[in-house]
Design a protein around this ligand. Sequence first.
Ligand code: CMP
Length: 143
Amino acid sequence: MEKTFIMVKPDGVQRNLVGEIVSRFEAKGFQLVGAKLKHIPTELAEQHYGEHKEKPFFGELVDFITSGPVFAMVWQGENVVKTARNMMGKTNPGEAAPGTIRGDFGLTVGKNVIHGSDSLESAEREINLFFNEEDVLLYDKQD
Ligand code: CMP
């Protein structure tokens, strides 16, 4: 079954949005199979955001994501990578549609509350960066 990596960023944790965000994915019907509150070390932040290394905002991005705890999760379900991206809305909260997580709660392109993997390949890479195999639990979900 498809899995994706979702992370409530430090602004979302500070603003008590963890429960709201978990609720949205639960209500949609996805299954939570891994979760941890974590203060990201700089090295891990640089690895996670490696594809943005040359971008002018890279330093700012790493500073922000390491500025306080994040809530890292693995969600499982059919087509979860793409559906989760749709539920999050566009990266820039100013362009994110109302009803999406960033559209409803995001403030700026940096402080945009949530990160979600953009492809199956990213999901696998990001899950492996943040979770040990034994921390992702596979259990039967009753309908
Ligand atoms: P995320 O989905 O976590 O992936 C990369 C992040 O870079 C993105 O969300 C934004 O929060 C951040 N980002 C993109 N553009 C900018 C920018 N111009 N300034 C600061 N952060 C940015």
